[in-house]
Design a protein around this ligand. Structure first.
Ligand code: HEC
Length: 183
């Protein structure tokens, strides 16, 4: 009886601590996401300016994994996912799919794009997701009317590509991150 009581007390006392800890991890995840997004955007811009969209498609294919590896060294596993995939390697797992559906629903009910994020503590790891919106520069490769050049290279590299036909302001997918938690 006493044991249960103490256990309960300990659990109650540790709740605010856990919440604080999660808030700190969430903030860290937000920072990593921001940095990852900025690197992706600036590299995309540079390769579009240098070699045009076809070059940028090639670059994009290698870029995201290369950047992700960089963050992995800091303990964060960073990737992107979507309900309409270009690269099947980016497929969501169940938790990710649930968040993507929730983000889409929230957006259709008027939520601000910046509010689309979620986190969860699973055994051994902290996970975080943040929505990615379609902006006008994305349409060259994800929009409704692609140039024949882009279409050709996408068809060749991504035969099962579903990430087309978007308009600006739609949810494209999400950044998805996790970090191992100390035992
Ligand atoms: C130059 C063409 C190009 C442009 C412009 C572009 N993308 Fe992509 N996008 C790609 C390619 C190629 C992939 C597949 C990368 C891979 O193989 O992992 C991709 C994959 C993605 C993915 C990962 C999920 C999936 O479907 O595999 C997301 C999310 C994404 N793009 C969002 C965006 C957003 C948001 C923008 C605008 C800020 C954008 N993209 C602009 C070519 C482009």
């Amino acid at each position: 009886m006493v044991k249960v009581g103490l256990g309960l007390l300990a659990a109650l006392l540790s709740l605010p601590l856990l919440a604080d800890n999660n808030a700190a991890l969430e903030e860290e995840a937000r920072d990593v996401t921001e940095a990852f997004m900025m690197s992706l955007k600036s590299s995309l811009k540079a390769s579009l300016a240098e070699g045009g969209p076809v070059e940028a498609v090639q670059h994009c294919q290698q870029l995201a994994p290369a950047l992700a590896e960089q963050y992995q060294r800091k303990g964060w596993h960073v990737a992107r996912t979507s309900m309409k995939l270009r690269n099947p390697d980016n497929a969501p797992d169940i938790w990710e799919l649930e968040q993507l559906i929730a983000f889409d629903k929230a957006l259709s009910e008027g939520a601000a794009p910046a509010s689309l994020s979620a986190s969860v503590v699973e055994p051994g790891r902290f996970r975080y997701m943040q929505g990615i919106m379609v902006a006008p520069p994305c349409l060259a490769c994800h929009g409704e009317s692609l140039t024949p050049e882009i279409k050709q290279i996408l068809d060749a590299r991504y035969p099962h590509d579903k990430a087309r036909g978007y308009t600006a302001g739609q949810l494209r997918g999400a950044f998805t991150l996790w970090k191992a938690l100390p035992e």
